[in-house]
Ligand binder design. Sequence first.
Ligand code: DON
Length: 298
Amino acid sequence: IITMPPPSSGGIALVQILNILEGYDLAALGHNSADYIQLVTEAMKAAYFDRATFLADDAFFNVPKAGLTAKDYAAVWRERIIRGRASELDRPGDPSDYGDGRHTTHLSVVDSQLNAVSITQTINGAFGSGLVVPGTGIMLNNEMDDFNIHGDSSGNEGNPTGTMNRVEPGKAPLSSMTPTIVLRDNRPFLVLGSPGGTRIITTVLQVFLNVVDFRMDIQAAVSAPRFHHQWRPDTLYVEDQIGPDTVAGLKGMGYDIARRSSWSNSQSIQYDPMEKLLFGGSDPRGIGRAVSPDGMDY
Ligand code: DON
């Protein structure tokens, strides 16, 4: 969609409303039925609340354009929309952590000679420490957050790590980054990775299992709904697309379940030695895409 940027709010609001609505089968509701009008109305209200909060001439005000138009940001708004009821919106959204990569980035590359690279780089939190080295444009990280600072955990999210991960001179904090190359017959078979803090490890694991055990192609493997458990908190996180029956079954087994719209952003590659073809799997949850060596963009 090519449309109008700030100082108009039109393009951003249009894309935001469409992003929210793409999570529903509108045609099935019937054109201009009450259910259809209710859903579209709630998406309009969301976008206009954000418009009143975040939109102005961006020569004067830093409009969070990428966040407002991000698919994963729209998914957060969808969670707040209750079907079949007029909602009272008590607060706007928070697009600050969506859109352009601001913390951790993963890229996977394979060239025509099957040389493979898997790179994850992190400045940890959104905008790292918030400091830029004057004159360089280099953003400094806040990686200290990955050290054990509470005696039994690291960082703001309280991720469990041991005291051997406490701050000491010259020591690197414990990372979860998992850039990975899987070889088969001595050739690259999978190139995997993702941002996502502690969820990186379980993201890479599930992409691997989806391809190897479930025979999915790499795009399906990357797109498939995920779950995550990291021992502490004793909570099983499941993405919303995992069905209610499965969630009910897991609750019955004694798991404390927390539903989340999405996490991570895997950018992965699979090599098919029979076809001699490379396939890219780019996560629909975040920005990124698969691009071929000849510059073609799929
Ligand atoms: O190295 C680590 O494990 C963390 N600094 C990664 C943080 C991260 O992935 C945030 N992005 N989603």
